[in-house]
Design a protein around this ligand. Structure first.
Ligand SMILES: [Zn+2]
Length: 137
């Protein structure tokens, strides 16, 4: 189950019918979880409009904790257009969500040695797909 600290509520407008509806977005992904699997299949933060059934993936910022639990990757849309301070604020915010969520889950805390930032969604997908492949080292 995804802890509350990993999620936020938002209201979005359907790209197809412009109907507004509430969604729950996930901002932290742990290794070996349903969220991790949904990233592999491109279903992470996928939402369906209750009005017209149009579906799409919401490109909300999130932090991916790597399988070694020492490194993280933050996906932030258009992060190259943010200032260094804005980027680092967002990374800190996501990292705090990670720490709070681990506590809620009763899991061991992690110390992130390094957090990378990318705005390339396909790189994140590649990362989770490679980690799932036992032949990848
Ligand atoms: Zn719709």
């Amino acid at each position: 189950m995804t802890p509350a600290a990993f999620q936020s509520s938002a209201s979005i407008s359907c790209a197809h019918c412009t109907h507004d509806f509430p969604v729950q977005l996930t901002h932290v992904v742990l290794p070996d979880t349903d969220d991790w699997t949904s990233l592999q299949t491109d279903d992470f933060n996928r939402v369906v409009c209750p009005h017209c059934r149009h579906d799409g993936v919401i490109m909300a910022p999130f932090l991916l904790l790597h399988a070694d639990r020492q490194y993280g990757t933050c996906f932030i849309t258009d992060c190259s257009q943010l200032s260094h301070d804005q980027q680092s604020q967002l990374v800190h915010h996501l990292r705090d969500r990670l720490y709070a969520g681990l506590e809620q889950l009763g899991l061991d805390p992690v110390e992130l040695n390094q957090v990378g930032v990318t705005e390339r969604y396909e790189m994140v997908i590649l990362l989770v797909q490679r980690t799932a492949d036992p032949s990848y080292n």
